[in-house]
Structures are given as structure tokens and as C-alpha cells.
Design a protein around this ligand. Structure first.
Ligand code: NCD
Ligand code: ZN
Length: 346
């Protein structure tokens, strides 16, 4: 197959940042994607409906008028989140999910939740109105090895929470382990998982073997090869519980290349080429549309995009720049390690 027409994709987990960074990165998403779930981990975080409305307006004001892109806003759950504010923002169609960051789990998560008990009333309300909870699925206990944090989260936080509020609809964000995949696969209709582009390509050797590669460092950190294979199998399986959330997370090179560098990989520009490469390698190009464009809207109970995009396989590799320039410095684009032949044409 040399050409593939699919319903315009959506990105169900995206960091757009704010200010100059937002202006520098938004085109890389709006060029190809119809919608994206916008992560709320700004400084300060997007906590209230008013915060989300103001952030949405800042995003829209940076948008290329030729692109048809809708940001889907989320709220950052804190222990002082106001139940009525969340309910109101959801009813108005402003907010499409609430994000749970265990305090300290990742970039800008200091205002996250320490004691789940404190947010139970909000979670129960969300279950009653069908508003999804997106979870950063890692425990933060320093005694837990960083490679085990997802599994321990599932066992000690996620599963008990879902038993307590079975109607709560949950997205296990950026799943990185076969344990997470199995949990979601067997978890029924109230749970789904996003899978990032980079976790389909890299395992922990890519980060650490033969020299440390900060541009492959993200959270949750990539795991061993058998886990990467499980993610690929889930993505190409056609199972509706799995869909794309790039977790494209831009950080300036100056913030990545230091003694204690930031977590996050910038994948928006070449994500669709990367995904076509993976799906073709698994003889599953016919399932790419489900993963990028159909399963996500089904879970979020939104219509699929009316527009379509065409992916064309070229004889020469598509050339993506190594980095984006921003007014504050360079931003390295994900290098998947393979020449990419699939280009997005419209
Ligand atoms: C994200 C960021 O930089 O905001 N970083 C990352 O490594 N994925 C936060 C997150 O999603 O964990
Ligand atoms: Zn993220």
C-alpha cells in the first residue's frame, strides 16, 4: 500500500505549554490533528473552569487560521478542587477530563494529590456525570523502584479506586508496561489507556546504553524491551481500549541537557510518520485509523472528525528538522532511529 486515507487523527494527551513555547509548538499539532486533550500542568496549574477557559483562549489565539483544531481542556485535580466548579465546567462542555497527578510524580506536579480520600467527592461526582479521569499512573514513594512505579500504582491506587467507584471512567495515561496493558485489556468498558509514540520505539537501553541520552528521558520512563513489545501489540491490536496520546512534552534543550534534566519528549512534528512506520512493520496499517482517529472519540463520547488526511509512502525518507527554534532556544524533535517514509499530505 502506497497511500492511506484516514479520518483526521486526534491526540488524547498533549502538552502545549504557554506563552512563547505555546506559540512555537502549536502548529506542529494543529497541522495534522483535529483535536487534542490538553494537559493542565502549567505553572500555576489549570485548576478551575475559569483557568481552563482562559488557557483555551490563549491556545486559540495562537492557532493558524488555516488549521481546523479544537483544544479539549482538562482540569488539574488538587485536594482543594471545588466540586461544583468541575461539574459546571463539564456541563458547559468546556472541560473533557480531570487529570490526577500523584504529587511529585512528574513535571510540574507539586500541586497534585497526596491523599486520595480528599478528592473522593469530586471523583464520585465525575462518575455520576460520566466525566473521565486521566491518571498519571505512577506512585511516588521513593522506596519504589522507578521501573516498578506503574505496576505498584495499578495495584495499590488504581484498582482499589476502581473497585470503590466502578462507574468512574478512567484513562491510564501513557501506559508503559505489559502489566498496564493487561490491566486495561481485562478491565471492561470503564477503562482505557493512551499509548505514546515514543514508547512504541524506545526501551530503557535507548536511554542508558552506550551513553546517557536525555532526549529519550520521559516519565513514565521507558521500560525493558518486552514491555515495549506489549505496547506495540496493544496499539496494533484493534482493541478499542487503546488509543494515541502522544504525550508530546516540549522542554528547551537547555532544560534537558543538564545535570538534572527535565522529563519529556517532543514528538508532535513527526508522530504520524512514526506511527505509520510502526503499524506497517506490524502489517497493521489497516488498524492505524482506529488507534489515531476512532477509539479515542469512542471513549470520550465525541463524534469522529469529519475531515480526512492522506498518508503517502515516499521512495525517499521524509526529512524532519532535528529541532524547532523558539525565542528562548532550541527544542529537539524526537529521533525514532529509523528513516521514515510515510508523509502526511493533507
Ligand atoms: C510531561 C511534561 O513535561 O509535562 N513529561 C513527561 O515526561 N511525560 C509530564 C508527564 O506527562 O508526565
Ligand atoms: Zn504528559
Amino acid at each position: 500500500m502506497k497511500q492511506l486515507s484516514i479520518c483526521r487523527p486526534d491526540d488524547w494527551h498533549l502538552h502545549l505549554r504557554d506563552g512563547k513555547m505555546l506559540a512555537a509548538v502549536i502548529d506542529d499539532t494543529s497541522r495534522h490533528f483535529g483535536r487534542a486533550i490538553i494537559m493542565p500542568n502549567l505553572i500555576p496549574p489549570v485548576v478551575t473552569g475559569a483557568d481552563a477557559a482562559a488557557y483555551r483562549d490563549r491556545i486559540l489565539s495562537c492557532l493558524n487560521p488555516e488549521h481546523h483544531f479544537t483544544p479539549l481542556m482538562t482540569l488539574y485535580l488538587t485536594e482543594t478542587t471545588q466540586l461544583h466548579d468541575v461539574a459546571d465546567a463539564a456541563k458547559r462542555g468546556l472541560v473533557h477530563a480531570v487529570k490526577l497527578y500523584p504529587a511529585g510524580a512528574t513535571t510540574n506536579s507539586a500541586s497534585g494529590v497526596r491523599d486520595l480520600e480528599k478528592v473522593m467527592p469530586v471523583l464520585e461526582m465525575m462518575a455520576s456525570i460520566g466525566l473521565p479521569l486521566c491518571v498519571h499512573g505512577e506512585v511516588t514513594d521513593p522506596k519504589v523502584d522507578i521501573f516498578d512505579r506503574e505496576l505498584v500504582f495499578i495495584e495499590t491506587v488504581l484498582d482499589p479506586l476502581r473497585r470503590r467507584i466502578p462507574e468512574l471512567r478512567v484513562v491510564l495515561e501513557h501506559v508503559t508496561t505489559s502489566d498496564g496493558v493487561d490491566y486495561v485489556k481485562n478491565g471492561g468498558k470503564t477503562i482505557a489507556a493512551t499509548i505514546t509514540t515514543h514508547h512504541l520505539f524506545i526501551n530503557r537501553n535507548h536511554i542508558l546504553a552506550g551513553g546517557i541520552r536525555p532526549h529519550y528521558y520521559c516519565l513514565p520512563v521507558a521500560k525493558r524491551e518486552s514491555h515495549r513489545r506489549a505496547l506495540v501489540r496493544a496499539a496494533v491490536s484493534g482493541d478499542q481500549s487503546f488509543f494515541l496520546g502522544t504525550d508530546s512534552a516540549p522542554h528547551l534543550d537547555t532544560a534537558k541537557l543538564m545535570a538534572c534534566g527535565c522529563a519529556g519528549i517532543y514528538t508532535s512534528p513527526n508522530t504520524m510518520s512514526c506511527l505509520a512506520h510502526i503499524f506497517e512493520g506490524e502489517s497493521a496499517l489497516d488498524r492505524l485509523e482506529g488507534f489515531t482517529s476512532l477509539h479515542g472519540p469512542a471513549f470520550y463520547q465525541l463524534p469522529i472528525n469529519k475531515e480526512r488526511v492522506t498518508l503517502v509512502k515516499q521512495s525517499e525518507p521524509v526529512i524532519y528538522p532535528k529541532s524547532r527554534a523558539t525565542p528562548d532556544g532550541e527544542l529537539t524533535i524526537f529521533d525514532c532511529g529509523f528513516p521514515l517514509f510515510w508523509a502526511v499530505k493533507s
